[in-house]
Every structure is written in structure tokens, then in C-alpha cells.
Design a protein around this ligand. Sequence first.
Ligand SMILES: [Mn+2]
Length: 242
Amino acid sequence: MAILFISDVHLAENESEITQHFIALLDEAKTKTESIYILGDLFDRWIGDDDLQSWQQPVIAALQSVTQRIPCYFIAGNRDFLLGSAFCERTGLTLLQEPMMIDLYGKKTLLMHGDLLCIDDKKYQAYRITARNPQAIQRFLWLPLFLRKAVAYFARCLSKFHQKKQQLAILDANQDEILRQLDIHNADLLIYGHTHQPGIHWYRIGNQFKCWIVLGDWHNGHYRVLWASADRLELRSTPKPK
Ligand SMILES: [Mn+2]
């Protein structure tokens, strides 16, 4: 058996191939895994559980079908942190807070979306504190849908503008922060996504090894997942990179 980790699928109405592949992956995982962890940015945009659209129906049905058999956990990303209890009740997803510690076949493992690790991007971290304030979220969700759509559109434009101005290194996870998080949670392994820089990293402290795994996104024609089993951790990409 295995445990499947995915993040940054960025499901969207105009990305039907990604949606199809995600549904097929859930179908495969149903029989080959014992649980699934989705570490954020499953949806490219989420402005409230009441904004259901017809293209999402097959995704909801696939999630329902999988959660009837195995647990499927969700940690919110920066794009879909407004995904709430109504959607989780409908689909059977279990919402987890971050950072979340789990026991992964005996390894003390810390799970995050990953944006919290990008501490060099001070403007983003300041925005994050404001945007994640429970009262601010409540006020936003009270707005009618058309206003929420407009706010989300402008926020996305500002974010794109901000990212263009920044050096890539500032938008990446900070290694000292990764090691600090591993240390304060006494974890052996950290799994996160967000930065779209998939890879497995090792770091030696004395005679101890710490490991962090960055999940990949699903764009540029590659569908990236992490299959974890008792004896191996494997980042898979479909199709295989050339
Ligand atoms: Mn993200």
C-alpha cells in the first residue's frame, strides 16, 4: 500500500485535460493507496463554497467516490484557502490545519502548503496575515458573488504584478526556515508544494539526515505526484521527463 501526496493541481474551467487527469488519478488511488493528502492549490481560484460551477461536478463526484473508500485530507493553499466546511462535507474531504504532523510509515513528517516557508517575500507574508484573518474571511464571504469575483480578479492582477517585480529567489522557500520548521516540530521529513520546484532535498546535521520534498505543479503537460510507501518515497511525473 502507499500514501499519495499532491498539490498545485490548479483545477480551472479552461483546463479540462488537467481535470481529466486528476479524476483518473483519484480513480487509480482508490485501489492503490490507503490515503491521499492534497497540500493546497487544488483549485486555481476559490471564492466561497457557494460558487459551484458545472465543470466542478465530475471533480466532486470523483472526490465523493474516493472518500467513500479511503480518507482524503486537504490543506489549503494560497489560491483555495477559502475552501470551507460546506465543500468538505459535500465531498468527504477532511480539512487539516497547517502545519500538520503525521506519522508516515514511522517517519515524523510535517505537511504544509509551502507559502509559509517563503519568508523572504515580506509583502506576501504581510498580505497573508491580513487575508487569513478569520474576521476578514467572514466579511469577504458575506459579499455577493459578483463582488467577490471582482475582488479576486484584482487581487490576482496585483499578485501577478508583485511576482513580476520580485527576483525568483525571494519567491522561493527559505532553507533556514525549512530547517527551523523541521527543528521546532522535531520532524524528519517535510513535504510541501507551492513553489512549483519539485525535488527531494537532503541535509545533514551531525549524524542525522533531514529531508524535504517539494511537490510539483500540474502545468506544462506534467502531472506530478509523490507516492510514499514503507520503503520508498517516489516523485512521479506523467509523462516521464525527457
Ligand atoms: Mn500556492
